[in-house]
Design a protein around this ligand. Sequence first.
Ligand code: RIB
Length: 299
Amino acid sequence: MTAEIVVVGSANLDLVVEVDQIPAVGETVMGGDLRRIPGGKGANQAVAAARLGRDVAMVGRLGADEGGEILRAALTADGVDTTRLITTDEAPNGVALIAVGSDGDNAIVVSPGANARVTPADVEAAADALRTAAVTLLQLEIPLDAVTAAAVAAEGTVILNPAPAVPLPADLLSRVDILVPNQTELATLAGHDGPIDAEIAARLAPTLPSPAVVVTLGADGALVVDRGVATHVPAPPVTPVDTTAAGDSFCGALADALVRGETLIDATQWAVRVGAATTQRPGAQPSLPTPAEVEQLLG
Ligand code: RIB
């Protein structure tokens, strides 16, 4: 099977606890029962696109432990091709410690483990898939040299979700066709201090070397800045249960719609709906919707 979308990225076992209030520095709070849920930005984006009907392959590394087994089984169950996902005994599987507050917001600490061992050689070994995929989806939970190797090898549309945010070399950004930061990530990339609203985002996005930037704005939807022209895409009104993986489902849905030949604006409208629907259920991969579930969850 030739994959329409190749995701080069991370897979984490999420250890999730619900709390009334996310703890402040130095504070201890009591939470609910611990849940272990398949996650990781790369794996979430792969599963998001697969649930929307796309053929997806994933490139990365899993640990040779129970976490790695859980993640491979979860990806396989959703039809993601895991043949280029290496099991390594160099490190444990990636783990994310997630506190989810009663307002649906979260705080996450990632222990990258095997994800941090992904190498440019791993990516080059998947060059066949990267050459033929219509879309390559990238994030920043694996080393930057591996992300760059993927952007170099990809021949289709390259989408980079720069999460978690770090300043990026112009060389990588100029190889990216569509950059998908949230407001905080845009501030980091553009070297901006202070909060970002849609107006500031429209001013900052064209300063980045990628031809198109889609800034996710949470409840306010997204801002598409394509060759300097800004278009606001509003979100449907929802009360979030858990925002974990909403950004990942947005990226998976954007890739899905672009593979189906939609324009960037139409693809962003779909991605905003899929992202909003994802906030209506708890957990990372369990919350990712099929197209029918998007309509049900948004009413
Ligand atoms: O974007 C959500 C994801 O971030 C979680 O699934 C967690 O694993 C972290 O990578």
